[in-house]
Design a protein around this ligand. Structure first.
Ligand SMILES: [Cu+2]
Length: 250
């Protein structure tokens, strides 16, 4: 609905531009589809629509001016992509990682940049040409290890804008070559939890990692009781006090 309104506005306001540069006019762009970026996870329904915002419908439209280091491009409708506490799936990888962009409009491309924090770990020139769809890049993760957020940035050559994707990684060290990565959730052993002082409500239990929780289910953690807000499988790091999007303290 929003898309159509946007398109209608655009056509009414700037018909000349639409005629001259049809490729640049649609609100259709690109995102990292493999490994599943945060946008891709929203689009395929891994994350509840209520939590994802517009990324659910337009994973390819996290567009903002160049030079950002975030997941939304500071585009307000895509702000949930910047929320590290949502239950994003994490991709296990070695030091070598292949990433695939899916384009819904093949904008002429200045270049692609990949960052972990402020360190650029990948760069590919686009030669100001239209890219192939899809386009795959293989990067080296520069010795980073453990849980990292990779910023994938597609810089357009004929506008001030870029498109942003974030990929959550669990990187194993070494620097050797590794097989192509597969998208999997991390599996870690349950963390020991402290004993509770009050008995849990009916259906409750002590929170544990790698456990499926349904909406409304209650658990105890560190002596407090929490109610599940969104069905999910728990992971270490998603302890109820850490993830307000998943657990409501009661
Ligand atoms: Cu576009």
């Amino acid at each position: 609905m929003k898309l159509m309104r946007k398109a209608a506005l655009l056509m009414a306001a700037v018909p000349a531009i639409v005629l001259i540069t049809p490729v640049g006019s649609a609100s259709a762009h690109g995102y990292v589809s493999s490994p599943a970026s945060r946008s891709a996870q929203c689009a395929r329904g891994d994350i509840s629509v209520d939590l994802c915002g517009q990324a659910k419908y337009e994973p390819q439209s996290a567009e903002g001016v160049k030079g950002k280091k975030n997941c939304s491009g500071d585009n307000g409708a895509f702000a949930p992509l910047d929320n590290d506490s949502l239950p994003w799936k994490v991709t296990n990888t070695g030091q070598t990682l292949s990433l695939t962009w899916t384009f819904t409009a093949r904008h002429a491309t200045r270049d692609y940049e990949y960052f972990i924090g402020n360190t650029r770990v990948g760069y590919f020139s686009g030669n100001n040409q239209q890219p192939n769809n899809p386009t795959t890049h293989t990067i080296n993760l520069g010795g980073f290890s453990g849980r990292q957020k990779l910023y994938a940035i597609w810089n357009i050559s004929d506008t001030v804008n870029a498109f942003y994707s974030c990929i959550d990684l669990n990187i194993s060290g070494g620097g050797g070559t590794t097989p192509p990565p597969t998208t999997t959730t991390t599996t870690t052993p349950p963390k020991p939890t402290t004993s509770t002082t009050t008995p849990p409500p009916a259906g409750g239990g002590t929170w544990a990692a790698n456990t499926s929780y349904a909406v409304g289910q209650t658990v105890t953690y560190s002596g407090s009781t929490y109610r599940c807000r969104q069905a999910h499988t728990s992971l270490t790091g998603w302890e109820p006090p850490n993830v307000a999007a998943l657990w409501e303290k009661i």
